[in-house]
Ligand binder design. Sequence first.
Ligand code: PLP
Length: 402
Amino acid sequence: MASTEPGERLLRLHGRTASPLGEALVDISAIAHNVRFMLKRTNSEILAVVKANGFGHGAVEVAHAALESGATWLGVTSLEEALSLRDAGIRAPVLCWLHRADQDFDDAVAADVDLSVPSAAHLRAVAEAATRTGRVAHVHLKADTGLSRNGAPPEAWPGLVVLARALELDGLVRVRGVWSHLASADLPGAETTAEQVAAFEKAVSQARAAGLDPSLRHLANSAAILNEPATHFDLVRAGVGLYGVEPVRNRRFGLVPAMTLRARVAVVRSVPAGTGVSYHHAYTTRRESSLALVPLGYADGVPRSAGERAYVWIGGRRRPVAGRIAMDQFVVDVGDMDVNAGDEVVVFGPGDRGEPTVEEWADWAGTIPHEILTGVGTRVPRLHQHPARPLPCGQNKERSSA
Ligand SMILES: *Cc1c(COP(=O)(O)O)cnc(C)c1O
C-alpha cells in the first residue's frame, strides 16, 4: 500500500520544483472499502461527508472514490465547499448545511446544491434566490431534536413547515429532506439517541401534516450507521467512518484508516547522556543516544500537546518523541538504533505494521481523531494512492496523483 517512497516526488511550485518534507498518503481503496462496508450495514442511501477538505484527505478525490463505491450524496458545511465540488465537475447531489440567513444563495441554487434550512429567515433567503435565478431551490429542513446547535427548535418547527409548504405551492422551493443530527451516537445505549429518534419522527409527521412530502429523512452519522439501525431512515451521513476511524467507543467494526502521515528524517545526531532536547529541555537523554529530527510540526498538524506521550514509527520500531513538538519539527530519541537521514518516519498510519494510529495520537493529544485529521496542515501535500486497475495489456500499474 505505502509503496511509494516518501518525499521522492518533486512538486511543481511556482514554476520551480521542490521536494516536500512530509506528506499525507491517502489510500483511496481504504475509502472505497469503508463506503462498501457501511453500505452493507444499512438499507439506506449513503451521503459521504467531505467537509473540511474531506476531513483533510482531499474533498474532490474522496468524493469521487465515495461515489464510485456506492455513495449517492455528498455533504459539506459551506457554500464555498459545495461550489468547489461543482467546479471540479461533480454532478452528484450535494447537501450544504451551515449558513447565515443573510448569505447570497443564488450561485448555490443555480448550481443545484441542496440547502439545509434551519429557520424561516433562511428559508425566505433561499426562496429569494430561487426567484432571482428562476430555479426551484431544493431544501432539507433541519430540526433540532436535542443537539441544541443548528436546526429549528420544536417551537419554531410548525411555523417553518407551514411556510415551506406555502413556498412549495408558489413553485420556489421543493422540500426534499427533513433531517437532524445526533448528540451521542458514539456512546452505545445513550438515552438521548432514542429520544432524538422520537423527536425526529414527530418532526417528520408535522412536516407531512403540513402537506410536505420529504423523500429523504436523515439522522445518522458514522457511529449510528454502524451501531444504531433505528436511526437510518432514507439516508445516512458518513463522515469519520469514511476515513477509517472507528466511530464507536471501544468497538472495532473493521474500517480501514485511509491516511498515513509520514516524512523523512532530516538530520541524525549522536549526543551524550544528560542532553536537554528541544524547548525548555522538557526531555533529557538518559544515556548516550541518537536523536533524529523529523521535519513536521504543529503547523503541519502534529499536535504539540501530544509531545510528552507520543511515539512514531521509525526503522521498524516505535520510538518516543523527545521533548516539545515545535511548529515545523520535532526530535525522536532513537537510542542506539541505526537511523540515518532520509529514513522514513511514520507519524500515524493504518497501524498494521505497528505504527501509531490517528486514534492513538488523538488520545495522546487529549482530543478526537477528527481534530487530528482535519488539522493536517496545508503545507503537507496529499498523495492519493489509487487501487491498481487491470490495464488493457494485462499489467497492473499503480496510479498516483497529487
Ligand atoms: C460532520 C457531520 C457528519 C459526519 O459525522 P461523523 O460522526 O464524522 O460520521 C454528519 N452530519 C453532520 C450534520 C455533520 O456536521
